[in-house]
Design a protein around this ligand. Structure first.
Ligand code: KG4
Ligand code: ZN
Length: 355
């Protein structure tokens, strides 16, 4: 089953072609980071307009690289949510139009399900069930994952996401957007221990997080002063250590609480090298295994959407449903499509129940 995946939920236009027998055949990504940088964050209207410019040429490119034409496709997967409404509409409308023209299903994919399942694309994929630590710019969640669509929320952030804490602190330090990679780079030359930031909810006894206090703590440190390069690096180091300490402690606690032996890390913050090495050390100490997507598939991309959509379409096909809950079967009319800027992952139906 050959599936085109389209990701346009935020500031990257990601396209990919996935085949259920042959694996990932092609992928392409256009990042809008340079365009949004001047504004210190994503400008939704600019994001939508740029997706419109990029999506069709990138679709042509991945199909060409996969040696396929639109006529070879069995389905199209697009990010239905959560994300920026206008940006989501670009991917959804292109997917629905192409699917209509070809007479194939278009399936809306939950962006976080894409992230969650992306480690299954790695050379060494984890088996179900596992604990997933989902750490992106908009979400910080621990989930118990029993299968495709079988997600139970174990804990989540009560305020800012981990990526948001990186991004907001980077802004305070004048490091631009996105902040995670900039903080991580700077932290390498920072001195451990010069600044000590709080570890919010570290010992709260549950699996929830809170990161909004960190940016306040950094603001108190900075106090509007112009900082020298070493001080900035030391603060970056302190911030990274605080976030990573909490993520590692809670992820390990989730593994203990569920009695599972596998932890999967997904989402943009999962690209952080310090987080990875700390998790690897904790896993070795406690006797569980950690799985990561390859670095390029940590941040937003089309491959994870093509993959999650293909799994759902294939599962529906195996159960005798032509569309797998795809848009052709839903909505007010046969060709209607929808986007969901806000969408709870735990509310997703298991793949097997879609038929
Ligand atoms: O998953 P993602 O690409 O987009 C969302 O769905 O949010 O995650 C983006 C987030 C941003 O907050 C970015 O600062 C953070 O991931 N990020 C990192 C790193 N690379 C990206 N945070 C820490 N260290 C990194 N190396
Ligand atoms: Zn994402």
């Amino acid at each position: 089953m050959l599936v085109l995946g389209i990701e346009t939920s935020c500031d990257e236009t990601g396209l990919a072609v996935y085949d259920t027998e042959r694996g990932l055949l092609a992928r392409a990504l256009h990042s809008q980071v340079a365009m949004h940088e001047a504004y210190g964050g994503v400008v939704p209207e600019l994001a939508s307009r740029d997706h419109i410019r990029r999506v069709v040429p990138l679709a042509r490119r991945v199909l060409g690289e996969a040696g396929a034409s639109p006529a070879d496709l069995d389905g199209i997967a697009y990010t239905e949510g959560p994300g920026l409404a206008g940006a989501l509409l670009v991917g959804a409308s292109v997917a629905a139009s192409l699917a209509y023209a070809r007479g194939i299903p278009a399936i809306g994919v939950h962006h976080l399900e894409g992230h969650l399942l992306s480690p299954l694309l790695a050379a060494r994929p984890p088996a179900f069930p596992f604990v997933a630590l989902l750490v992106s710019g908009g979400h910080t969640q621990l989930m118990r994952v029993a299968g495709v669509g079988r997600y139970r929320l174990l804990g989540e952030t009560l305020d800012d996401a981990a990526g948001e804490a990186f991004d907001k602190t980077a802004q305070l330090l004048g490091l631009g957007y996105p902040g995670g990679p900039a903080i991580a780079r700077l932290a390498e030359s920072g001195a451990e221990g010069r600044f000590r930031l709080p570890r919010p909810m570290h010992a709260s006894g549950d699996l929830d997080f809170s990161f909004s206090g960190l940016k306040t703590a950094v603001r108190d440190l900075v106090r509007g002063e112009i900082l020298d390069a070493q001080t900035k690096a030391d603060i970056a180091r302190a911030l990274q250590s605080a976030i990573v300490d909490v993520l590692v402690a809670k992820a390990a606690a989730a593994v203990r609480a569920t009695g599972l032996a596998r932890l999967v890390v997904a989402g943009g913050v999962g690209a952080n090298r310090h987080l990875r090495s700390r998790l690897d050390a904790e896993a070795a100490r406690c006797g569980f295994e950690v799985f990561y997507p390859e670095l390029e598939l940590c941040t937003d991309n089309g491959a994870m959407i093509a993959f999650a959509g293909a799994l759902r379409l294939a599962s529906a096909r195996d159960r005798g449903s032509a569309t797998g809950g795809a848009v052709a079967a839903e909505g007010p009319g046969p060709h209607a499509f929808t986007v969901r800027p806000r969408w709870d992952l735990a509310a997703l139906a298991p793949a097997a129940e879609l038929a």
